[in-house]
Design a protein around this ligand. Structure first.
Ligand code: 5GP
Ligand code: MN
Length: 343
């Protein structure tokens, strides 16, 4: 049995909203990850099955390791199709915003979405969701938005409308947001849901391989380089930091997604419970920061305190306009302030 986490009145509202419209836009956060793409594509497949007209618009490109996902060729990239996207957004009857809690996470798309006349439905698992959406299906205790999509479809009485493609997308998001079920994944119902997805025909081992074992030689060499030359461990603070400059990334022909997961690696060092990865990114203000922790150490608090960010307790991120040197200094100076959180 899967418990009824989503409130009944929300299920009724979402169902009614979908039933009464045709043109539906689905948007996700900037730097779309496996859960953003998984949840949006799962919802897209479901809406196609019930004969709606959904369009997914993403703020910028998704990483190459997700390019195999069913339906991904139909996704519109706002950065590359601004005019067409704005037209679709303005003409939409209903807009789903998936896998983020604040409007600023939509990047350049934010204004168009906020100003659109369509009703908005947020479906998300981050703390403290904004009020830009009329209906908010916000459950931070659930480890992925993709899992929320599964729960939502089932509760609307449409389990039979989940086809294989939809199931594969749900699984992808559940798997990537839990690091292949290695964190945030002790809720037994996750495995009941996976059993249902396997019954629908997904090959979970193949999905794992396609997401985690299809990287380039350049990525592996970049990983080796940053672990050998660019990782600093602070044993007294049980922390580690990896930094990469734009120049270093270029040396390894960096493409989006190549540094995915690097931040997790130092957590495999005995005693390290907090890991930070900072890289220069000319598409952002200057720096993209990823933070991961174990146990009760609040990665999201550090992201908010130091890098204008946020996220989950154990997986957070942020951006900064500081120079890399300034950011490193800021991080190192702040480390002692978090000593109380060390277990
Ligand atoms: P990642 O390190 O994989 O980019 O992000 C991990 C998590 O941190 C995301 O799921 C999201 O919750 C949060 N996050 C990442 N970047 C940002 C950001 O710039 N601002 C905020 N508020 N949260 C972020
Ligand atoms: Mn997510």
């Amino acid at each position: 049995m899967i418990s009824k986490i989503i409130a009944e009145d929300l299920i009724t509202k979402v169902k009614k909203a979908i039933d009464t419209v045709d043109k539906i836009v689905i948007v996700v956060h900037i730097g779309p990850d496996g859960d953003a793409m998984g949840s949006s594509l799962a919802l897209w497949h479901y809406l196609m099955t019930i004969e709606k007209e959904p369009v997914i618009i993403i703020p910028n490109a998704f990483p190459g390791f997700l390019s195999w996902m069913p339906g991904i060729d139909c996704v519109l990239d706002y950065e590359k199709n601004k005019e067409a996207s704005d037209e679709l957004i303005a003409g939409a009857d209903l807009i789903f915003t998936l896998d983020f809690n604040t409007a600023s996470r939509m990047g350049d798309m934010a204004d168009s979405i906020i100003n659109a006349s369509a009703d908005k439905i947020l479906i998300d698992h981050h703390l403290h969701s904004d009020t830009f959406a009329k209906i908010r299906v916000s459950y931070p205790e659930i480890s992925s938005t993709s899992e929320l999509i599964f729960r939502l479809i089932c509760r609307m009485g449409d389990f039979s409308m989940i086809n294989l493609a939809c199931a594969e997308c749900i699984y992808t998001g559940m798997m990537t947001d839990t690091g292949g079920f290695t964190y945030n994944s002790n809720n037994q119902e996750i495995y009941t849901i996976i059993a249902e997805l396997i019954k629908l025909g997904i090959d979970k081992d193949d999905i794992y391989r396609k997401v985690f074992n299809t990287y380039s030689v350049d990525r592996l060499k970049l990983m080796g380089f940053c672990l050998f030359h660019k990782m600093k461990v602070y044993p007294e603070y049980r922390a580690a930091l990896i930094t990469l400059t734009a120049k270093e990334l270029n040396q390894f022909n960096y493409i989006i997604g190549d540094a995915e997961g690097f931040v997790n690696i130092p957590l495999s060092i005995d005693g390290v419970i907090f890991s930070v990865f900072i890289r220069e990114d000319d598409k952002l203000n200057n720096l993209k920061i990823s933070l991961r922790s174990q146990g009760t150490f609040p990665a999201n608090k550090v992201a908010a305190d130091l890098f204008n960010g946020g996220g989950h307790l154990n997986a957070a991120g942020g951006e900064s306009s500081l120079s890399l040197e300034e950011a490193i200094r800021k991080f190192e100076e702040a480390l002692p302030e978090y000593q109380d959180f060390l277990e």
